[in-house]
Design a protein. Sequence first.
Length: 466
Amino acid sequence: MRPAPTILHLDMDAFFAAAEQAAKPSLRGKPVVVGGLGPRGVVSTASYEARRFGVHSAMPMAQARRLAPNAAYLVPRFTLYRTVSEQVMELLGRLSPLVEPLSLDEAFVDLEAGGSASDSASARATGERLRREIRAVTGLTGSVGLAGSKMLAKIASEQAKPDGLVLMEPGTERELLGPMSVRTLPGVGPATGEHLRRAGMTTIADLTEAGEDELVRLVGKAHGTSLYRMASGHDDRPVVAERETKSVSVEDTFDVDLHDRARVRAEVDRLADRCVQRLRQSGHSGRTIVLKVRRYDFSTLTRSETLRGPTDDAGVVREAAGRLLESLDTTGGVRLLGVGVTGLTDYTQEDLFAQAAADAEATGAGAETDPVVVPEESEPRPEREPESDAEAVAERHWPAGHDVRHAEFGAGWVQGSGVGRVTVRFEAPRGVAAGGVRPFLRDDPPRSLRAPLPRVAVEPDPAPPP
């Protein structure tokens, strides 16, 4: 624990949905839901306007549509989100050399290491300045938490949502944490929370009163000791500028179960190519190929095969994933497929394709590990991001929310499509273009997808009177 609140946690507010609202003036102030739009899609992000209807992330999209039938439902545009994220991370980098990104919209910053803050007053001033700069550069809002540890800074940013700043003064941690739910602490999920509830512990104060020995008895030594330290406000983890990548993977959930074996193999090959593309973008290669198959009954099977050396060759990964697929029974239907690479390194072993083929002939292509059956999670996870916007377009042709350009009407975005037609609203972040809302035939040649519209800042709030 630090004597001053010089660890900052930034969490952008409803990031995906807010980025769409910033790019589409007609959606500002209205409910927006971003996620997979198919029958099995899940919500990635819901705007605060949509959350008033009970929509939240990881919710099945069908349920979200029942709760908020008049919301705008859009597919993710990760090229846009990564662009905005890079702008935000650049602002954080100006505060300190120690920035630890957790995702596209979340990061820790060590203000002390950058000389940006040394006490509560300077930390608060830095946090407020950061929020203003983010709004000026991206047009979006972010919530900031400041504390003497990473755990407390993250809890503070949650308390600050939306568009706020909360500073936890060192020495007040136990008083502030006491009334909060045990689920507030990292690592306390639904199962652990229910186990503690049955033991009569629902707040963090209940944990500290129970003591470390009782928590160890209830949840085991490692978890119990960690839980007691967190409940007492202790967290000595440093901000780490570079987080080691342990694996690279992609997966897809299908609207309808796949039964055709050839189609399943084709999807595995496609996922392997996407995985290798992401692997190369990260500058890595890997030794272990992992195949994930979720079947019709929600059971999940995983198989892995370790090569003699690391590779970033798409052919090698496709062949290995294909061999793993041959060892699995998919006759009942497949609802999800995933391909991943682990055992990452920054160099590549040459000629592994021939080596892998030889190994397959010699050993019968057996997988190294036995299949593991895992029950479906109680809450569906948000779909993984596609490798690029173009990839999503190829799968859905005219996805709702994607940018288009018309020869006559200029820039716009797809509101929806169906029955051979596409509805486009013509507008840009700075205002509505000539054309309004117009329907087109699905294959209208003058229209084509374009790059994401550039971010623009919203007009700043007027200065208060003196």
